[in-house]
Write a protein that binds this ligand. Sequence first.
Ligand SMILES: CC(C)CCOP(=O)(O)OP(=O)(O)O
Ligand SMILES: [Mg+2]
Length: 367
Amino acid sequence: PRHLINRKLEHVEATVFGGVERLTSTMLDDITLVHQAFPGFSLEDVETMSYFLGKKISSPIMVTGMTGGTPELGRLNGIIASVVEEMGLVMGVGSERIVIENPSSEESFRVVRRNAPTSPLVANIGVPQLYRGYGLSELKTIISVIEADALAVHLNVAQEVFQPEGETDYREETLAKLRDLSKEIGIPVILKETGCGLSIETVRRFSSYGFHNFDVSGQGGTSWVAVEKLRGERRGNWKSRSASVFSTWGIPTAATIMETRWSDPTSFIIGSGGLRNGLDIAKAIALGADVGGFALPVLEASLEGKNSVRSFLNDVLFQLQAAMLMSGSKDVKSLRKASIVIRGGLKEWMESRGISLSTYDKVRKGG
Ligand SMILES: CC(C)CCOP(=O)(O)OP(=O)(O)O
Ligand SMILES: [Mg+2]
């Protein structure tokens, strides 16, 4: 597992220092929340309380899964978890494959539930591991380590294609296996992309297997193709020469939120992928997401310590409250119905995907 430990550390270093984020647009700039000059209520009346798969959270802000596996990464997880608990938010952890392959890394995840005793927590495993034999006992282990309220199964095919040691196994039978396992584990399964977004076709495929919880993780935030290009170049790996061909591969975040909401109108959607502030979260929700999520800005803050994480997330909450006030959205349900204007690339994307904006407006407000 030494190579796995090394990859976990290299991922943190590459995402924070490698200049691998925001290489393309999330298209969140193509949606505008229409300004309402007279909201009809005050800033302190804004209610951000919301739900995460049925569990109450103080605001629709999620720190999505990012790391774990060594004592240092565990320290970061613990810092983030304690602020998430303080603020009544929700948090995911990084891939827990390393817990199975290197059981001594358990503590770096266990610390999350210890520091966040009441927050909803989301476990994390990759599709390739399900294909390669992970079954009920492995899932039970990674769920119990953080007493998870949900399990995110991550889809990272673009990353695995360019990862020097990548595993590109996404065969159909894995979905049937996951469906059967999901009936045994007793908590909701979330299908989570990792920077390339979920499409109409893929959401329909997931829905047909009974999966209706999604973390769309669209293009515009961390590019895992760029991360693995970096790692490959360090190793003289031939695949890195092709990685830059795919540096803009994927579905921009605003587009994948719409594609997912359009395809499964009653699904639970985490809008993520390049969100960096409370206005981005408000836009993601107005577009159809139930909560907004981000990882990298919180990871960066955690390297500076707890106060830095707390001030970042408090700023995000204030920005969300401000966006809700000025869009005339007194609570999160109203934010889903706030008036928006969709222009530019996002408008073109919807048109070419056959999504009529007027019909979409009814779909997004139905939530
Ligand atoms: C999930 C992804 C965005 C980051 C981790 O990728 P990875 O292939 O190192 O994850 P695994 O340890 O599950 O293989
Ligand atoms: Mg992997």
